[in-house]
Ligand binder design. Structure first.
Ligand code: BTN
Length: 248
């Protein structure tokens, strides 16, 4: 599959969700093109597992990357991890230290600063799927609004004590992601594994509670394998690997 060589950007004042908007436009894309939809505000921002994503006007970054991906590749499931690494690098340009909670949550001091929602869509073109990869980064959201989120969360402004230009962070993210995506297209996840492992929030051997396929499992976090899957040691000593789920 060819690298991304052309970027098409569209910015909206208000959308329901940038992922929904990207899905409407996906069919127009050709191989090698990447669509980036951004918005000042989302009225129905979506998170993983049906969560709502708080998206007030002109406070945060809300964006979705959409592109064709070879449907024969078995590693499309790593794309959210690649986007999480790109988003981490874009935030770290602002002097904040970000950690990754498997598979693709961005945390600062254990609190969520950003997340990724990736969806795939079948296409009319044989051999391809569309990837719709949305990223939300809490940039200038004040503490009063952060407190309304039902889980520990933060924003860049809370962490560094000053507001930042959302457009500049978006521009950096776009550049970093195109580079990372092109490396992933040619070489897969292996060039990213060391960085991902270094930046993992959970420590090896840490007890975690893991929710997958309707089950809640408790076990020891054993890091990730060479395909980016979560490794968990269960209380009976057996080891399992997971491609999907959420650590509590
Ligand atoms: C998560 O639950 O961690 C994923 C959050 C993803 C939010 C972003 S904001 C831009 C894009 N549009 C959406 O509706 N969701 C994603």
């Amino acid at each position: 599959m060819n690298s991304i060589t052309k970027i098409i950007k569209e910015h909206f004042a208000c959308v329901d969700s940038t992922n929904n908007r990207a899905a409407l436009q996906a069919e127009k894309l050709k191989e090698g093109e990447l669509l980036l939809i951004t918005a000042d505000q989302q009225t129905a921002g979506r998170g993983r597992f049906g969560h709502y994503w708080l998206s007030p006007n002109k406070m945060n970054f809300y964006g979705t990357f959409c592109f064709l991906f070879d449907n024969k590749r078995m590693d499309a499931g790593n794309l959210p991890q690649i986007l999480a690494i790109s988003a981490m690098d874009a935030l770290e340009k602002k002097n904040v230290s970000v950690q990754l909670k498997w598979p693709n949550d961005l945390l600062v001091n254990g609190q969520k600063i950003g997340g990724i929602l990736t969806e795939a869509k079948a296409t009319q073109r044989p051999g391809w799927i569309y990837v719709i990869a949305g990223v939300g980064l809490n940039i200038n959201m004040p503490i009063e609004l952060i407190k309304t989120i039902d889980r520990p969360a933060t924003s860049l402004m809370i962490e560094i004590g000053k507001s930042s230009e959302i457009e500049i962070i978006g521009e950096n993210l776009q550049q970093i992601f195109i580079q990372d995506l092109n490396l992933f297209i040619t070489s897969g996840i292996s060039p990213f594994l060391n960085k991902y492992k270094e930046k993992m929030f959970h420590q090896l051997g840490e007890k975690i509670c893991f929710h997958t396929a309707g089950k809640i499992l408790e076990g020891e976090f054993q890091g990730i394998n060479e395909a980016g899957l979560l490794k968990l040691q269960l209380p009976d000593g057996t080891r399992s690997e997971f491609s999907y789920g959420e650590i509590f």
